[in-house]
Ligand binder design. Structure first.
Ligand code: AMP
Ligand code: MG
Length: 322
């Protein structure tokens, strides 16, 4: 059995109001949403995704007014960033209010919150009286979904409805910044560190510990297709190797003066553009499995701007499965 894909916002509202789960479009990736103030509804997300309880969820809102319900304090610098980047792919970790269930925050005294920049997500949220808890709508550890069909392929029989909003334009998850102490980026994503620092000045970056301080490194492997991914080094390719080059331009550089070998070549971006590369990333990884590839060499992006977030996802996708 497969869940229905459709455009019915009222049906989505009705399902969410009775404690069900609905996959929703956002500009980053598709989310698996439930009433973020109802622990029983939120538990269904963990069940459908097979997500461990130590991994907290992000709450989604449509208006800044909704913040008062879920956080106890918004520091000035956080407010400035919200004014600048919301709606958009920037998530804030702030002290939580008593209304937010521990299941949402994995028992942390802080909660993650953002305002997605997607007209359908915003319309849906504006018809609700509560925020939506929504992690990516994929089985835990697998590639995140960037269209409705991806969701159906993976979780189709486990959810109540899939609200279709087309393909996600950012394609990688939100950047997460914590204001628990000094502003600290916990996850690289759709908004770059430079863009944030351009508004509020220098911030700290702490990329791994946040996933689960009690079990460090457990989430090193994430966003992974079943296909084995290998870091592309020079002179590594053989005839018929599968290779994902960043772009045709970087492929040129790879070969240099050397004769080309006939490989199965794929690109993350045809135009050497990091926005396009980010938007394509998860679809391209997913295609490896769909094509039945067992091994692909991967060329990383330049370590700057969005390339940092892309490389973070690629490294986690590459990390060995047990
Ligand atoms: P997603 O991967 O989009 O489901 O976003 C959820 C991620 O947000 C989690 O895996 C954490 O890395 C991060 N997160 C959510 N809430 C918190 C929190 N209270 N403190 C630190 N990180 C958090
Ligand atoms: Mg995820």
């Amino acid at each position: 059995m497969r869940s229905e894909i459709g455009n019915d916002i009222f049906k989505s509202v009705e399902i969410l109001n009775r404690g069900g789960i609905v996959a929703i479009p956002t500009e980053t990736v598709y989310g698996l949403a439930a009433n973020g103030l109802d622990a029983t509804a939120v538990a269904k997300i963990f069940e459908a995704k097979n997500r461990p309880f130590f991994d907290p969820l992000i709450l989604h809102i449509a208006h800044s007014d909704a913040l008062n319900q879920i956080v106890s304090n918004v520091p000035q610098k956080a407010k400035i960033l919200m004014d600048h980047f919301w709606p958009g792919p920037l998530t804030f970790v702030l002290p939580k209010s008593d209304l937010v269930p521990d299941l949402v925050t994995s028992g942390h005294p802080t909660v993650a919150v953002r305002m997605p920049n997607h007209p359908i997500a915003l319309e849906l949220l504006s018809k609700l009286t509560y925020p939506l808890a929504a992690p990516s709508a994929n089985p835990f550890g697998y590639v995140s979904p960037t269209n409705a069909q991806h969701v159906q392929d993976q979780l189709g029989n486990k959810i109540d409805y899939i609200l279709d909003g087309g393909s996600c334009c950012v394609g990688i998850e939100s950047t997460i910044i914590s204001f628990e102490n000094n502003p600290t980026i916990l996850r690289l994503g759709g908004i770059t560190q430079e863009a944030i620092e351009g508004i509020i000045g220098p911030v700290n970056v702490s990329l791994n510990e946040h996933s689960n301080p009690k079990a460090p490194g457990q989430l090193d492997q994430h966003y992974s297709p079943y296909c084995k991914l290998k870091d592309l080094k020079h002179d590594q390719l053989e005839p018929h190797s599968n290779v994902l080059f960043y772009s045709p331009q970087t492929e040129e550089k790879y070969w240099g003066e050397n004769p080309r070998i006939q490989c199965n070549v794929m690109y993350l971006t045809n135009n050497n553009a990091s926005i396009e590369a980010a938007a394509n990333l998860f679809s391209v990884l997913r295609d490896f499995d769909q094509k039945g590839l067992t091994e692909v060499y991967i060329e990383f992006a330049e370590n700057e701007g969005l390339g940092l977030a892309i490389n973070d996802r690629l490294k986690r996708a590459m990390a060995k499965r047990d």
